[in-house]
Structure formats: structure tokens, C-alpha cells
Design a protein around this ligand. Structure first.
Ligand code: SF4
Length: 399
């Protein structure tokens, strides 16, 4: 268990439960994030980096399969064999039993899922172990076990089905599988919640514990499934009993974990108002990790795959303000010169941990593989992997 150092905090400001690491340094076993990057990285200024990546990939041939998440930098995405959101990449990892090495250009929890879904002879490599996810770090295994104890004490645990967002550690996915739940992504959250509610009966209706993104859970339950805001409660792992009374827990239909994405959480209703003033006729299209107020103020809401396909199908001359990670928005603006594509916020909004994977780290990991060394291998402990796989397979089998 990591202890929080004594800090002089301003009144009303709570200490973060995890000691913050300098990115790429030290290790924190209770964090979803990784540790040091060993070895000598090529300099970012090396003019031969693109040629080196190309040569290493060619030397490895079909032995390597490179997956690239949509939020990755252009310099990395150009070497991806497949690009996608976390759902598509999970499917792609599972569908490549012939690849000896899966190089995952994304973040730590995605590489863990790829390891769970691939065979024991396949190695999943994360080019920089410090590429984590602040949202995934907001639900630790101990906290979630404690929450289950609270639900048990309230007499409702046997009616609760956990639904965990892909953006969670393998340990949380394992917990979900062990308790009969499923994983979801932003593409299939409605199907996952529908499935979870179908697990109950008329006399014994199901409640859902949604981990760890409260916004995706609330937006799906209220906007897509017609539940009321009052049907949802927020469980705060830093408060005794989650900050909820037994009556509140018993009355709730959806128990949302108090987690969020630090990137999508930056968009506000003011950003929506502002862009409507700046760009005449603009369509506001946002990701469901944004707050409920932002989602309500937007014109369209959907996963990164939905955002991409909406832009592809949009009329030439139309105008779009996109509320998601900046690397993707920039790429969309470049690939749709016949449309106006702007970023929803005025300030820069990259996912800093996704951006840890850069060309030097990719070159380094590919060249290590060529030399016969498997760097930064992500391996999930077998018992955790067994249950995480059960939860992931339930997701892959959703109608
Ligand atoms: S964009 Fe948000 S949810 Fe996605 S990896 Fe970054 S911090 Fe995590």
C-alpha cells in the first residue's frame, strides 16, 4: 500500500491517495501506471528515427503486430498496423494468434487487456511503461474490495452486477469477472448495461456498480437508457461507506464510482457556448467521458470510432467542434480539409500519458525485439487474468 506523504494543503484540498511519480521514474505497485524505462533511448532529434523504425519493423515482419490507439501521436500512428479505440484494439489483439509480439501503442490497461486476450506464447510490449491512465488509477483493487464489503453490509451485494469500463486495471477487470460482471467500452456501454439489467428478475432486479468513470456511467444510464439522475448515486472511495447511507445504496439503480478522465473532464458548458458563438452553424460532437452537462449541451455524443465515422459521413462545408483528445482532433482536421473541424476547448488538451509513447520509445522497443530482447513486457498474473478474461469475453459476446 502506498502511503501519502505529509503535505501542506490548502483548506478544502484533499491529498491524492497515490504518491505522484515523475513520469517514467520509480515504481508504484498500487498504481495502474508502470515504472522506469530501462535502456538507452535514441534522441528525439535523431533524423534517422523514421528509417530505423521502418527497418526494425521490416526485419520483424509478421512476427510483430503494432496496435495504435486513436489518441497516439502522428509520429507513432504511422507505424500502426491497425488503429482503433480500446474496443477495436482488444478485438484485434484477440484476433492475431500468429503474431509473436504485440507492440501496444496506447496505455497500460490496454496492454494488460491484450495480454489477457492473447496466448501465453505471445508477448505484449508497451513502449513506455509510464504510459498509464489517471482514470484507471482512480479505482484501486483494495478500494473496490472495500466497496463490495459496504454493499454486502447493506444487504445488496447479491443484486449488484459490476460493469467496468475498459479503462481500468486488470485487477479491477478480474474483480468484475469474479462477481459475474462485464467490461464495456464507450462504444458498447449501453449494451453492457442492458445485459447487466437482464441478469435480474422481476422480484430480484439488478443494480449496477459502474467503475471507474462516473460520467460514462451516468451518460449511458440517463441519456441512452432513460433512467433518472436520481436513480444514480456516486460512491466516493475516499469517504466512509462511499459517502452514502444504506438507504441511498438500497434505493439506487446505478452506483457510479467517483472517477473521471482528466482530459475529457476539462470541457465545460462554457466551451460549448463559446464555440457556438465563434463558429456559425457548428455541430458540437463530444465523447461520453465528458460531464453530463457538457453531453446535454452537445449535439452529438459518441465513442472515438463514432466521432470518426460521423466526420467521414458529414457534408462538405459543414462545421464541427470536437470534444475529445487533441491528437485525434488534429488528425481529423487534417484528413477533412473540406470541412471546418475545431477543438472544443480553447486550451491544449492532450492525454499526457498517451503522449508518453513517442517515436524514440517505439524505435527502442522494436530494435530490442530485433536483437532478441523483449522489453517492457506486460504480463497479468494468471488468476487475475483468468477472471479478467471471463469479464472481457462477456463483453466480446455482447449482442
Ligand atoms: S484520455 Fe483519459 S481515459 Fe483515456 S487514457 Fe488518457 S486519462 Fe485515461
Amino acid at each position: 500500500m502506498t502511503t501519502t506523504p505529509d503535505l501542506d494543503l490548502m483548506p478544502g484540498v484533499e491529498a491524492t491517495p497515490l504518491a505522484l511519480l515523475l513520469l517514467g521514474r520509480q515504481s508504484d505497485p498500487s498504481s495502474e501506471r508502470g515504472v522506469d524505462c530501462p535502456g538507452d533511448l535514441p534522441a528525439a532529434s535523431d533524423p534517422t528515427l523514421v528509417a530505423r523504425a521502418r527497418a526494425a519493423k521490416a526485419a520483424l515482419g509478421d512476427r510483430v503486430f503494432v496496435l495504435g490507439h486513436h489518441y497516439q501521436r502522428d509520429e507513432v500512428i504511422q507505424f500502426a498496423d491497425v488503429t482503433g479505440d480500446s474496443f477495436k484494439l482488444a478485438q484485434q489483439a484477440a484476433a492475431r494468434p500468429e503474431a509473436e509480439f504485440i507492440v501496444f501503442c496506447g496505455v497500460h490497461f490496454m496492454a494488460e487487456s491484450a495480454d489477457v486476450l492473447t496466448g501465453p506464447d505471445q508477448a505484449v510490449v508497451l513502449p513506455d511503461l509510464a504510459a498509464g491512465c489517471s482514470m484507471a488509477d482512480m479505482a484501486t483493487f483494495d478500494q473496490v474490495e472495500q466497496c463490495w464489503d459496504v454493499l454486502t453490509a447493506a444487504g445488496i451485494a447479491d443484486t449488484v452486477v459490476p460493469v467496468s469500463y475498459m479503462n481500468s486495471s486488470a485487477a479491477i477487470k478480474g474483480f468484475t469477472g469474479r462477481h459475474g460482471g462485464t467490461i464495456c467500452t464507450s462504444s458498447n456501454a449501453k449494451r453492457a448495461l442492458t445485459w447487466a439489467f437482464e441478469q435480474g428478475t422481476a422480484g430480484h432486479p439488478t443494480k449496477v456498480l459502474f467503475l471507474p468513470d462516473q460520467h460514462l456511467g451516468r451518460n449511458t444510464a440517463v441519456r441512452e437508457m432513460g433512467l433518472l439522475l436520481e436513480d444514480c448515486v456516486v460512491y466516493d472511495p475516499h469517504k466512509p461507506g462511499g459517502g452514502l447511507t444504506v438507504e441511498q445504496l438500497r434505493a439506487a439503480t446505478v452506483i457510479l464510482w467517483k472517477g473521471h478522465c482528466s482530459v475529457h473532464g476539462r470541457f465545460t458548458v462554457d466551451s460549448v457556448r463559446d464555440v457556438r458563438g465563434r463558429v456559425p452553424g457548428v455541430n458540437v460532437l463530444v465523447h461520453p467521458e465528458c460531464t453530463h452537462d457538457v453531453v446535454r449541451a452537445a449535439d452529438l455524443v459518441g465513442s472515438t470510432e463514432f466521432i470518426i465515422s460521423t466526420l467521414d459521413a458529414a457534408e462538405p462545408g459543414s462545421a464541427w467542434a470536437i470534444g475529445t483528445e487533441l491528437n485525434l482532433v488534429r488528425r481529423l482536421a487534417k484528413s477533412h480539409p473540406d470541412k471546418t473541424v475545431v477543438f472544443l476547448d480553447k486550451t491544449v488538451c492532450f492525454c499526457s500519458t498517451m503522449n508518453r509513447i513517442d517515436l524514440p520509445h517505439l524505435v527502442w522497443s522494436l530494435e530490442q525485439l530485433v536483437e532478441g530482447v523483449v522489453p517492457n513486457r506486460i504480463e497479468v498474473e494468471p488468476e487475475t487474468a483468468r477472471w479478467a478474461k471471463a469479464a472481457l469475453e462477456r463483453m466480446l459476446a455482447l449482442p
